[in-house]
Design a protein around this ligand. Structure first.
Ligand code: FES
Length: 235
């Protein structure tokens, strides 16, 4: 256990409701050690300073993806970010993920994304034929796609999603990969056609922001290239 301890300032962007004009900043001075997670700081603030502070967290171990937020300028999971990872700074600045509508404080609204997912039929099980095994050549891509915890970090980091609200973005395109690289799914050609035409996969500008933001280190850009190859060279 690291014994180094000092007072740091945690500055948090708050928002009273969905209206961005209700946003404001609060700052809290706290004693902290390099071993503290950003999630620990938020919980301490909520329990000892301000019980109205809104943020999500569920598993606490980087599995559920609920506590993605912007921490000192980068999208990260609060539960997987130690102050030591940030260089044990004097100041930690926390904001909700950019590019999403904020519901309150650090809680974002994902309904718009799910609306697009609904249009692309990405909201139900791909396992049409549970007896069929995924083809071996698709294992790697499928494993990458199912490693995604849908935390929103990549989606928030993708500038195309900021401008083009109907672009599915890296998060939903990775979810599409779960279906398309899974041979048990019978709608592969329809899905590829949708990605080709529906505010298309081709809007991806291979900027790699998504790869840098992904806390699971998924090579999302490479996965999207594989989807593009599938469109160009269908089985
Ligand atoms: S709380 Fe589940 S990923 Fe952080």
């Amino acid at each position: 256990m690291n014994k180094e301890k000092k007072e740091i300032t945690v500055k948090i962007k708050r928002q009273k409701n969905k209206n961005p004009e209700t946003s404001y900043w609060t700052a809290y001075d706290l004693m902290a050690t390099p071993d503290d997670r950003v999630l620990d700081l938020l919980e301490k603030i909520r329990h000892t300073r301000d019980d109205t502070l809104a943020f999500r967290s569920n598993c606490g171990h980087g599995i559920c993806g609920s506590d993605a937020m912007n921490i000192n300028g980068n999208n990260r999971l609060a539960c997987r970010t130690l102050l030591a990872d940030l260089g044990f700074p004097d100041r930690v600045i926390i904001q909700p993920l950019g590019g999403f509508t904020v519901k309150k404080d650090l809680v974002i609204r994902e309904a718009e994304l799910e609306d697009i997912a609904g249009e692309l039929e990405l909201n139900f099980s791909p396992a049409d034929n549970r007896k069929k095994e995924p083809a071996e050549e698709n294992y790697n891509n499928l494993n990458e796609a199912i490693n995604c915890i849908e935390c929103g970090s990549c989606q928030s980091a993708c500038p195309v999603t900021w401008e083009e609200k109907r672009f599915p973005g890296p998060q939903l395109l990775t979810r599409a990969g779960r279906y398309i690289f899974d041979d048990r799914d019978s709608r592969t050609q329809k899905r590829l056609h949708q990605l080709d035409s529906y505010c298309s996969l081709w809007n991806c500008q291979t900027i790699y922001n998504c790869v840098e933001a992904c806390p699971r280190e998924i090579n999302i850009t490479a996965l999207l290239s594989e989807l593009k190859n599938k469109i160009l060279k269908p089985d």
